[in-house]
Ligand binder design. Structure first.
Ligand SMILES: Cc1ncc(C[n+]2csc(CCOP(=O)(O)OP(=O)(O)O)c2C)c(N)n1
Ligand SMILES: [Mg+2]
Length: 695
């Protein structure tokens, strides 16, 4: 038996809506079945929601998916990616390249959907930002989408306040974020939701797919709290739509969201996973397995779709999306472009800022007045130098902002210049963000700010980079220039003891593909590190900064700190070059290496010190440059770094020596720790001599 669909001209408006919804459902089901793996159940349940948001509500022009004032849609339950691929395909979203140009090609073709989860398909397993145009944030690790959306909502508030002028609402977009039980079990979403409530982000709407099902079965096994009440307590406006198929009710709830001021909106949407499947609806089996060919036929029968057709888009469906989101979005964008043109003539400087930002470019003069630190044996802490640099950069780059997870005074990340201000609900122009003690959400929020084209940083102690790591990883995966400022980078906080002393953090961050880590050796290296980081457009960066003062090296005697831009450079050398032993160091160990070097020189040993703040940057230099810094024929090498020794053999070779950490630290004054763990000039000298002897 096969169902025929009535000709489009015979369909009522409601039937046409239903046809579109069922097309989203069947495309999703067919793609999962074809791939023989995936998640059909949630797309089946949430197709009406996605249809309503996209075709009735979203101010988004499929012809230009990066138009700055578009509404943003984030699918935090990224396992239901087929919802997004269906929406992007059916609405005809266009592809955009890395230079922000539209290509005149669809972002997701029907063929991509046929090749769901296959190599090179634009319909990969999870939504991936920068791989598929129209994806606003990479999601899949549950909770991240919710937290990232909070960052995007903060960004809108900041942008609106800076750039809107009477009669010129340049920014007034909304965030629509869909999430599931899994997202709301995750701490990161709770952290972010708490902050969103505090900040009263009324441009943020979270729709919760309340289906009581996760992988292991019914949520009664692990998740029985009253989620609605929790969100009320966070300060959100909470609404409920009792039937996920009731698109008019959904539309009404979204309208209430748009009218609600001073609070974010949380819509509980009661749904049935696998809706329409006679044998799998409301079961965990519908979550992550294909329905099976027989069940697919039954489901299509329920939806009134032909059972034998696959990847079927009935007549009238594309047109209906064109008449809905297509028409509305084109009109929105046209009006905005007109508005922006007259804005440009009235506020040329602000218009330039908006445009530069969109391309991740920096304003002219962004690096003026960066400090130069004079040689000083007593020196200055990395964090203090960083604080000075941050305050200069924030004044030069209007859209550079950030903050700490309650450690601002300690991280030295507070903006203290007149007029900087705090970002709060009633002061959305503020440049200092207060994330509260929520490192994980902080990092995801920084990603949301970066996705919104602001330059943003988050800060905490280096040890707590672990609490932020999943979002740092996503920044790298999304190719976002998020900045993470981590202070107390080693044992400099002595008495704080092993709970606070980073060991494996550096190497574990160095292991994240695409992430730039930098551990500067003195104040001028801090300046150069920021100079490098600020010019990154598609890579995140982590700064590991000292708590304690580090001697400011005499750059007339030693090489200039601009070598930081090469990742590693010859800081001090044997007279005339041609070293017999090389000491490689980063951060607080650079001055230690210099002290050892001076002793060795005095004893007639031809040593070289290589300052290596960044492995990743160094790895990007030419072989010739790398060989000039670390000549292959010089085998006597010592690396010194207050962190895990893991990985340093890459630079010292099999026979080299690494003075680093094999264990956790200890609670004691720094001097005693340096002695206990071998971070003293004399011990470096001994190691260098041993190296020479063994060589
Ligand atoms: C951080 C994280 N942990 C675990 C997973 C694996 N995972 C993917 S979906 C899922 C269940 C999600 O349940 P829910 O959000 O209710 O989605 P539904 O099945 O209702 O679509 C899990 C545990 C993940 N993607 N991310
Ligand atoms: Mg669920």
């Amino acid at each position: 038996m096969s169902t025929a669909i009535a000709p489009v001209e015979n369909l009522s408006a409601a039937q046409l809506d239903q046809l579109c919804i069922n097309t989203i459902r069947t495309l999703s089901i067919d793609a999962v079945q074809q791939a023989n793996s995936g998640h059909p159940g949630t797309p089946m349940a949430l197709a009406p929601l996605v249809y309503t948001i996209w075709n009735r509500v979203l101010h988004f022009d499929p012809q230009d998916p990066i138009w700055p004032n578009r509404d943003r849609f984030v699918l935090s339950n990224g396992h239901a990616s087929m919802l997004l691929w269906s929406a992007l395909h059916l609405t005809g979203v266009q592809a955009v390249n890395a230079d922000y140009e539209t290509l005149g090609q669809p972002s997701v073709t029907l063929d991509d959907i046929r090749h769901f989860r296959q190599l090179n398909s634009k319909a990969p397993r999870h939504p991936e930002y920068h791989w598929t145009s129209g994806v606003e944030a990479t999601t899949g690790p549950l909770g991240q989408g919710v937290a990232t959306s909070v960052g995007m909502a903060i960004a809108e508030k900041w942008l609106a306040h800076r750039y809107n002028r009477p009669g010129f609402e340049i920014f007034n977009y909304n965030m629509y974020t869909v999430c599931g039980d899994g997202d709301l079990m995750e701490g990161v979403a709770s952290e972010a939701a708490s902050l969103a409530g505090h900040l009263g982000l009324d441009n943020l709407c979270c729709i919760y797919d309340n289906n009581h099902i996760t992988i292991e079965g019914n949520t009664r096994i692990a998740f029985t709290e009253d989620v609605q009440t929790r969100f009320i307590a966070y300060g959100w406006n909470v609404l409920r739509v009792g039937d996920a198929n009731d698109i008019d009710r959904i539309e009404q709830a979204l309208e209430i969201f748009r009218k609600t001021k001073g609070r974010p909106t949380f819509i509980v949407l009661d749904s049935h996973i696998g809706y329409g499947s006679p044998h799998k609806q409301d079961t965990a089996a519908a979550h992550g397995e294909p329905l099976g060919e027989d069940e697919v036929r039954l489901v299509k029968r329920v939806y009134g779709f032909p059972e034998d057709k696959k990847f079927f888009v009935p007549d009238g469906v594309y047109d209906h999306f064109t008449a809905g989101i297509g028409k509305r979005g084109a009109e929105d964008r046209r009006k905005w472009a007109e508005l922006f043109e007259s804005y440009r003539s009235q506020y040329p400087d602000l218009a330039v800022e908006v445009e530069l930002m969109q391309k991740r470019e920096l304003p002219t003069g962004w690096d003026r007045n960066l400090p130069v630190f004079p040689a000083d044996a007593k020196g200055i802490a990395g964090r203090d130098a960083s604080g000075k640099v941050l305050n200069v950069l924030a004044q030069n780059i209007p859209w550079f902002l950030g903050g700490s997870a309650d450690l601002g005074p300690s991280n030295k990340t507070l903006f203290t210049y007149p007029g900087a201000g705090d970002f709060q609900a009633d002061t959305p122009e503020g440049k200092t963000l207060h994330f509260g003690i929520r490192e994980h959400a902080m990092a995801a929020i920084v990603n949301g700010l970066s996705l919104s084209k602001l330059r943003a940083f988050g800060a905490t102690f280096f040890i707590f980079s672990d609490y932020a790591r999943p979002a740092i990883r996503l920044a790298a995966l999304m190719e976002l220039p998020s900045i993470f400022v981590f202070t107390h980078d080693a044992m400099g906080d002595g008495e704080d003891g092993p709970t606070h002393q980073p060991i494996e953090q550096l190497v574990s961050l160095r292991a994240i593909p695409g992430l730039i880590t930098l551990r500067p050796g003195d104040a001028n290296e801090v300046v150069e590190a920021y100079r490098f980081i600020m010019q990154l457009r598609h890579q995140p960066a982590v700064l590991a900064l000292s708590r304690q003062p580090l001697p400011t090296l005499d750059r007339k005697k030693y090489a200039p700190a601009s070598g930081v831009a090469q990742g590693a450079y010859v800081l001090a050398d044997a007279p005339g070059g041609n070293p017999e032993v090389i000491i490689i160091a980063s951060g607080s160990e650079v001055s230690l290496a210099i002290a050892a070097h001076e002793t060795l020189l005095a004893e007639g040993i031809r040593s070289r010190v290589v300052s290596m703040p960044s492995w990743e940057i160094f790895e990007h230099q030419s072989q010739a440059y790398r060989d000039s810094v670390l000549p292959p024929n010089v085998k006597a090498r010592v690396a010194v770094e207050q962190g895990s020794i893991l990985g340093w053999d890459r630079y010292v070779g099999n026979s080299g020596r690494v003075i680093g950490m094999n264990t956790f630290g200890a609670s004691a004054p720094l001097k005693e720790l340096q002695k206990k763990f071998g971070f003293e000039p004399n011990q470096v000298v001994v190691a260098a001599k041993e190296q020479l002897k063994n060589g």
